[in-house]
Each structure stands twice: as structure tokens, then as C-alpha cells.
Design a protein around this ligand. Structure first.
Ligand SMILES: C[S@@+](CC[C@H](N)C(=O)[O-])C[C@H]1O[C@@H](n2cnc3c(N)ncnc32)[C@H](O)[C@@H]1O
Length: 303
């Protein structure tokens, strides 16, 4: 299929290929102008946290907490409007802001799980208090009697502590106990590291494993998955690999280009080949190979 791209008067640019849409623009404008109400099956929102991160030169800092929260309430409301009646909404926020999100959302949706994404770090987080090693995620639904939850697709090993498989001898034929379970609400998933193959140049890229669990649990093949703050387009990338459709919104042009590449929507953008930036060690390896090749080509002198 061919890629379709179009510019809107506001400057927003939309590219689409094979059911995957990349929108370069502001979240409020894109949600209002491009996404029909009641059309989306699953939304994963990972907004700027108002903690001063540097998103490619755009500072993640609002004048006041009130300003930040009122902006958040605006896009949260829009996301709710875009969801189908049986849709699901996963929202992340900084630990200190999550209580506000929770109180706001519980009046409009049913919050089914308060998930803790926990990870470890070799670095020192804090020396005078307990450093933060988790991020909260809310899992909300519009209708608690009608929503998608594919429990069988996300089963994990139930850790019993036993070295051997436990056998249930009460059955007429002794049977191995079921060793799989639906994960609880504490998710131990490593953060994306520089040396991991999925790494992209972005300060808060979310791991594929985190999105895989969410997309598998709360959507079906062919569904529409929306990410209003796409960053490196992890959500759309996972949606594509699992046969869902996707809509990703991102305000930064460089990050948007990551999306075009990761989703294989474009190979070139404004004449530039879209390539993953090589890591330092990859560049060093390439240089070493070149260096060795140079010596191999030279005639050998001496004995
Ligand atoms: C926390 S990051 C998302 C990371 C993403 N989940 C990933 O896996 O890479 C938030 C993103 O929102 C983008 N952003 C900030 N303000 C925005 C706005 N008004 N509209 C759309 N995107 C925005 C930032 O450029 C940043 O890439």
C-alpha cells in the first residue's frame, strides 16, 4: 500500500499507511480535528510529567501545577470522548500528579487497576530519601460490564517458590497445578537501556514489553489503538506488530520521524534517509572493522 500524507492549515501533518497514522502536531488540535468521537478501542497516554525533562529542546515545565493540571484535564476529557463505549484507557503520570489524575478520572470512568511499573537501576537515585523506582499507570474503562480483557494472552508464570512442578494428587489422575496466572498490578519490567536493540534517542521511551501487555490485554486484532503523546511511537509499533491499527500524535518533528521509520511508513523524509542513529559502540565497532580492513589490504613487509 502507498503512503498518504497531507498538511492541514494549522501546520499539522498526517501520514498514513496500512492502517497506521502518524500525526505531527499538538495533542489538543489533533484530537479535536482528526480523531472522531467514539472511534477508538484503546488509548495509552504517557504525557510530559511537568518535571523538567528536555524533549529535544522543548522543556517539560509549566508555569504552575494548576496550569499543568488544567492542560491535562483538557486532553484527558478529549481522550474519554474519543473512546468507544467499550473502550479502555491507560494513563501514566508522575507519582506526585497521579492522585489528581485519579480523582479526576474516577468521576468519569471506572478505574479497574492502579498499576505500578517497577524497575531497578544501578545508579543512585537519592541519598537522603528513598529514590523513586516506579511509575504509576491507571487502567480505566468506560463500561465496567463491557470491555476487552484478553486474560489468556498475557499469562505469566506463577512463582510458587517450589523447585519442582507441584502435583495435585487429589485429582483422580494426579495433575500438574496450573502454573500460569494473570499478572498482578506490580509489573517488573526493565527500562529501555542504551544497549537494547529497541533503544531510540528519547529521554522517556517506554519498553515494548510494557506496551505488549497493555495492547494484548485490552485490544483485539483490527482494533484502533491511540497514543496522544507518541514519543518514539512504541505504542504504534507494538500495535502494528500485533495486527492492530494505530494513531500516534507527537509534537516534535524528530520524534515524529522515528515513528515514520519504526512503522515503515516512509524510508525518506524531506530527502533525508530515515535511519536509526548508530550507538557510540556501533560506530566504534564500524571504525575498528574499517581499520582492520585497511591493514588487511596493505602488502605485508618483512618476514
Ligand atoms: C513521556 S513522552 C512519551 C514517550 C513515549 N511513550 C515512548 O514510548 O517513547 C511525552 C511525549 O509527548 C510529546 N509532547 C509534549 N507536548 C505535546 C503536545 N502538546 N502535543 C503532542 N505531543 C506532545 C513530547 O515531545 C514527548 O515525546
Amino acid at each position: 500500500m502507498t503512503t498518504i500524507s497531507c498538511y492541514f492549515e494549522s501546520g499539522m501533518k498526517v501520514s498514513e499507511k496500512d492502517g497506521h497514522v502518524v500525526i505531527w502536531g499538538d495533542v489538543l488540535e489533533a484530537l479535536r480535528g482528526f480523531v472522531p468521537d467514539g472511534s477508538v478501542d484503546l488509548i495509552f497516554a504517557d504525557p510530559p510529567y511537568n518535571i523538567g525533562k528536555n524533549f529535544n529542546g522543548r522543556r517539560d515545565r509549566w508555569k504552575s501545577e494548576e496550569d499543568y493540571l488544567s492542560w491535562c484535564y483538557e486532553w484527558l476529557d478529549l481522550c474519554i470522548r474519543k473512546l468507544k463505549k467499550n473502550g479502555s484507557f491507560y494513563v501514566m503520570a508522575a507519582t506526585q500528579n497521579m492522585p489528581y489524575f485519579d480523582i479526576f478520572l474516577r468521576k468519569k470512568l471506572t478505574i479497574l487497576s492502579r498499576i505500578v511499573w517497577s524497575y531497578d537501576s544501578s545508579g543512585v537515585q537519592a541519598k537522603k530519601y528513598f529514590g523513586s523506582l516506579y511509575e504509576p499507570v491507571l487502567f480505566c474503562v468506560k463500561n465496567k460490564k463491557d470491555y476487552t480483557f484478553n486474560a489468556d494472552d498475557i499469562l505469566v508464570e506463577a512463582r510458587t517458590g517450589a523447585k519442582r512442578k507441584l502435583i495435585d494428587y487429589r485429582k483422580s489422575v494426579p495433575t500438574v497445578y496450573n502454573s500460569k496466572k494473570v499478572p498482578g498490578n506490580v509489573w517488573d519490567i526493565s527500562r529501555v537501556r542504551y544497549r537494547m536493540s529497541e533503544y531510540e534517542k528519547h529521554p522517556t521511551q517506554k519498553p515494548v514489553a510494557l506496551l505488549e501487555r497493555i495492547v494484548k490485554a485490552s485490544s483485539n486484532p483490527g482494533d484502533i489503538v491511540l497514543d496522544p503523546f507518541s514519543g518514539t511511537f512504541t505504542t504504534s509499533f507494538v500495535a502494528q506488530s500485533l495486527g492492530r491499527n494505530s494513531v500516534g500524535i507527537e509534537i516534535d518533528e524528530d520524534y515524529m520521524k522515528i515513528g515514520l521509520r519504526r512503522l515503515r511508513i516512509r524510508e525518506k523524509y524531506n530527502g533525508e534517509m530515515l535511519r536509526r542513529e548508530p550507538r557510540t559502540y556501533e560506530r566504534q565497532n564500524a571504525l575498528t572493522q574499517q581499520h582492520l580492513a585497511l591493514f588487511e589490504r596493505r602488502p605485508h613487509y618483512g618476514a
